[in-house]
Design a protein around this ligand. Structure first.
Ligand code: HEC
Length: 176
């Protein structure tokens, strides 16, 4: 065999081998159907991008909170048996022990909507309507003294709410 034909033969073997490898890759999954991602694609950004239509007020949220949240977060968000959602504003700086709640600690009001929509009620997640979520958000913000009793929360108003601890976080540049 000439050097040329050995080279050709080797190349052919390599080509056949790689074709074989390609053929052996596991054929996992199927192309996703249009719209199938939507139920999972529910992230709300701090600036409100991703907030759905709907609205609610604190007054509307009060009854929903009593029925679906108070058993775990206490009457009017005071806590017990689980996290307090209300109070502690101004307690973060030393020397006192910080009381971290939605009102005292969370930098963005939109995060409350996002978190509750995906994670609460703990025993029945993703069961709340958008109107209920806006109403609950308004209620907990109102209990914290951040919005008024009759303020309507929706995709336009919620991102405008300024949380007390908005500037309490130090931006951390990755790679520094
Ligand atoms: C069955 C008990 C239960 C119910 C009902 C429940 N929660 Fe919770 N909630 C929890 C637990 C447990 C956590 C802590 C979860 C964790 O840290 O992963 C939590 C955490 C939270 C937090 C985050 C608190 C923080 O500061 O980190 C918020 C906000 C919240 N719940 C809101 C609600 C709202 C609003 C409702 C009603 C729609 C609700 N929860 C109903 C058990 C419950």
């Amino acid at each position: 065999m000439s050097t040329h034909s050995i080279l050709l033969a080797t190349t052919t073997c390599v080509l056949l081998a790689s074709a074989g490898i390609a053929a052996e890759t596991p054929k996992l999954g199927t192309p996703i159907a249009p719209g199938a991602v939507e139920a999972w694609d529910i992230s709300v950004e701090p600036d409100g991008v991703g907030l759905p239509p709907g609205s609610g007020t604190s007054k509307q949220g009060e009854a929903i909170y009593a029925a679906k949240c108070a058993g775990c977060h206490g009457e009017k968000g005071t806590g017990k048996p689980y996290d307090a959602l209300v109070g502690g504003i101004g307690t973060l700086p030393a020397p006192q022990a910080p009381v971290r709640t939605v009102g005292s600690y969370w930098p963005y009001a939109t995060t409350f909507f996002d978190y509750v929509r995906r994670a609460m009620p703990f025993n029945e997640t993703k069961s709340l309507s958008n109107d209920e979520l806006y109403a609950l958000t308004a209620y907990v913000l109102h209990l914290n003294g951040i919005v008024g009793e009759n303020d309507t929360m929706n995709a336009q108003t919620l991102p405008q709410v300024r949380m007390p601890n908005r500037d309490g976080f130090v931006p951390f540049k990755r790679g520094d």
